[in-house]
Design a protein around this ligand. Structure first.
Ligand code: ADP
Ligand code: MG
Ligand code: ZN
Length: 478
């Protein structure tokens, strides 16, 4: 029997506000434990939460960017459970009246089709603290850091529209891109600013009914998400083939083994005794407020891609790569502004610049070659000062030394030779040195032109102007 997977993701994104969701504590990452806390986020008795307006604005941005319906009235709710990292004994979240519902994100499937994944809901909630295991005086002890307690999160819950680990990765990438474009989350999965729980079940291919799902937690990279789902799908199929049943439970992914293991049986909503948060009024939003946020929305990845294709005449492939990050897209447009040859700029970014960034293992932000320097190089190429081959060498040198193209060309004497009389000397010497090939060329084997061009290039260490060399050779040989 053939099986198919059904997957839905629950994604938590930490919002880039300067203060926490219900108090004025700083959200800066990596500070000493318990230095960014106050009575509110420590859950002292008698304190009152106050909602962070910026967090609401950021959540609305995401809801608009994913075409959700925004509820004019949403309600905060207490989700009650005990855990040492949760000082109040409950988390303030939203439950039956979330901020936004019924949106979607378009993603690309591995075979290049666009697939629309539904967004069930987006709601606002606070984060819990963090347990640090084995960091106390003895290895068996655990300590708790409340700096994260009360940090603002949005949870984005997808419909079970995802059908493979690859699609899940591409959905999460698209979601992360949108967050980054909106500048509301830094998207850092290692640091936990973006976290993903995957719900997965399998069913016989072609059937309608869903199988029993498990929820997998603790995947802090795209690769781990893919590995965890791949493992979990195979495990569930194995159970079904062996005549056993999948148990509904929460499982933990272990990166070291690539497996998932049972963590706890699945909790139900009623276990949490949700009830409306009595210390906060319902969140009421007017149309004008939502519209005002809407008009400030930046261009999103999919829109940018379409515009790049139309405005710069780029193929879909180029536009997709160049808009894969906002930084890269901005860099591209800055370059085109300085050197208006969109396809040339695109080619050089995709084939050379991205390769060098990868080789040096640095990000766009850390690149020693900014738009100004990069386009200066392309201008020298276009103006005939250097050949394409030399330009590649110069760019590598720019990366290695941080110098600009002009300086490197001067220093290394790399200027293209476009002086006719100088090149003629070389051409004549090559012709004199290769009488047999000259004869064969003249007898009709004109393909040998390439050989002669190559010899001239070798003799000039790649500096000869190729067009000129071609013309001179044809004249002399003809
Ligand atoms: P729970 O109450 O257990 O958290 P929800 O209905 O809220 O379950 O769904 C949580 C996530 O699980 C959503 O992303 C949803 O799309 C997904 N999901 C629901 N049912 C299934 C299923 N049978 N298989 C896979 N994913 C599912
Ligand atoms: Mg869940
Ligand atoms: Zn606080």
């Amino acid at each position: 029997m053939e099986y198919e997977a059904v997957i839905g993701l629950e994604v938590h994104a930490q919002l880039l506000t300067r203060s926490k969701l219900f108090c004025g504590c700083s959200t800066t990452f990596g500070r000493p434990p318990n230095t960014q806390v106050c009575p509110v986020c420590l859950g002292m008795p008698g304190v009152l939460p106050v909602i962070n307006e910026k967090a609401v604005e950021y959540a609305i941005r995401m809801a608009l960017a994913t075409d959700c319906r925004i509820n004019h009235r949403s309600v905060f709710a207490r989700k009650n459970y005990f855990y040492p990292d949760l000082p109040k004994g409950y988390q303030i979240s939203q439950y039956d009246e979330p901020l936004a519902e019924a949106g979607h994100i378009d993603t690309e499937t591995p075979d290049g089709r666009t697939k629309r994944v539904g967004i069930t809901r987006i709601h606002i909630e606070e984060d819990a603290g963090k347990l640090l295991h084995g960091e106390g005086d003895d290895e068996a002890s655990s300590l708790v850091d409340f700096n994260r307690a009360g940090m603002p999160l949005i949870e984005i819950v997808s419909e079970p529209h995802i059908s493979s680990p690859e699609e899940a990765v591409s959905y999460l990438k698209a979601l992360r891109d949108i967050l980054l474009y909106l500048e509301i989350c830094d998207g850092n999965m290692q640091e936990g600013s973006l976290r993903c729980d995957a719900n997965v079940s399998v069913r016989p291919k072609g059937t309608k009914e869903f199988g029993t799902k498990t929820e997998v937690k603790n995947m802090n990279s795209f690769k781990f998400l893919k590995d965890a789902l791949t493992y979990e799908i195979a495990r569930q199929i194995g159970l079904m083939e062996g005549g056993e049943r999948v148990v509904q439970e929460t499982r933990l992914f272990e990166p070291s083994t690539g497996r998932t293991r049972s963590m706890r049986t699945k909790e139900e909503a009623h276990d949490y005794r949700y009830f409306p948060e009595p210390d906060l009024l319902p969140l009421v939003l007017e149309d004008e407020e939502i519209e005002a946020i809407g008009v400030m929305l930046p261009e999103l990845p999919a829109q940018k891609k379409t515009r790049f294709m139309e405005e710069y005449g780029l193929p879909s492939y180029d536009a997709g790569i160049l808009t894969s990050s906002k930084r890269l897209a901005d860099f591209y447009e800055e370059c085109v502004g300085l050197f208006n040859e969109p396809k040339t700029v695109s080619n050089w970014i995709m084939s050379e610049l991205l390769r060098l960034l990868k080789e040096h293992n640095i990000s766009m932000e850390e690149s020693p070659v900014g738009a100004e320097r990069f386009t200066a190089l392309l201008k020298l190429l276009k103006g005939g000062r250097i050949s394409g081959k030399i330009a590649k060498e110069v760019l590598e040198e720019m990366f290695a030394t941080g110098k600009d193209a002009e300086a490197i060309i001067e220093e290394k004497g790399l200027s293209q030779i476009s002086d006719e009389s100088e090149l003629l000397q070389v051409v004549d010497r090559i012709i004199a040195d290769n009488p047999e090939n000259v004869e064969r060329y003249r007898a009709g084997k004109t393909k040998l032109l390439g050989f002669f061009v190559g010899e001239v290039m070798k003799a000039t260490r790649g500096k000869a102007n190729p067009q000129l060399v071609n013309r001179l050779l044809k004249e002399r040989l003809g």
